[in-house]
Design a protein around this ligand. Structure first.
Ligand code: FES
Ligand code: FES
Length: 172
């Protein structure tokens, strides 16, 4: 066992665990954040995707000993903590989830994609999201939601906010 001081969603989390424990278990069982899911446990499905210093990573294959002192871990609970993020809103508007199991991982990958590429094409989306599998087959809606979020971001950076599907208001 060894002590680790982690920063998860801007909060300090101190754990005494085996060095090879996957970060996924630390997040779920010690930080008590259950939004990040276990799927394959082999870095193949993307259900366990979190951000490490803003980059999407598979937490099922990342041993806690691989986390450095100043690393920032963000889980789905840390995305839109105080108010829903533009991606989460788009997910609701497009009614993306079916069973929902894969969706926190999908959203983490989508947020990272939009950060690096605010106006992705379908091809960009498919490439960035290809590591996130959805057994329910929500891929079309995921694509639409990412385009919607990209539009939302464009509109808000122009000083205009969208309030629903067809309603647009000018922001002060
Ligand atoms: S559970 Fe980590 S990629 Fe599937
Ligand atoms: S919504 Fe069910 S697995 Fe993706």
């Amino acid at each position: 066992m060894a002590l680790y001081n982690l920063t998860v969603n801007n909060k300090k989390v101190r754990v005494d665990v085996e060095p090879d424990m996957p970060l996924l278990w630390v997040i779920r069982d010690f930080a008590d954040l259950k939004g990040t899911k276990f799927g394959c446990g082999m870095a193949l499905c993307g259900a366990c995707t979190i951000h490490l210093n803003g980059q999407p990573v598979r937490s099922c294959q990342l041993p806690v000993s691989g986390i450095q002192k100043n690393d920032k871990i963000t889980t789905i609970e840390g995305i839109g903590e105080n108010k829903l993020s533009v991606v989460q809103k788009a997910w609701i508007e497009e009614q993306v989830p079916q069973c929902g199991y894969c969706q926190s991982g999908q959203i983490m990958s989508a947020v990272a994609l939009l950060k690096s590429n605010p106006d992705p094409s379908d091809t960009d989306i498919d490439a960035a999201m290809s590591g996130n599998l959805c057994r329910c087959g929500t891929y079309d809606r995921i694509r639409k939601a990412i385009h919607r979020a990209a539009e939302e971001m464009k509109v808000s950076s122009n000083g205009i906010g969208k309030v629903g599907k067809n309603e647009v208001i000018a922001k002060p």
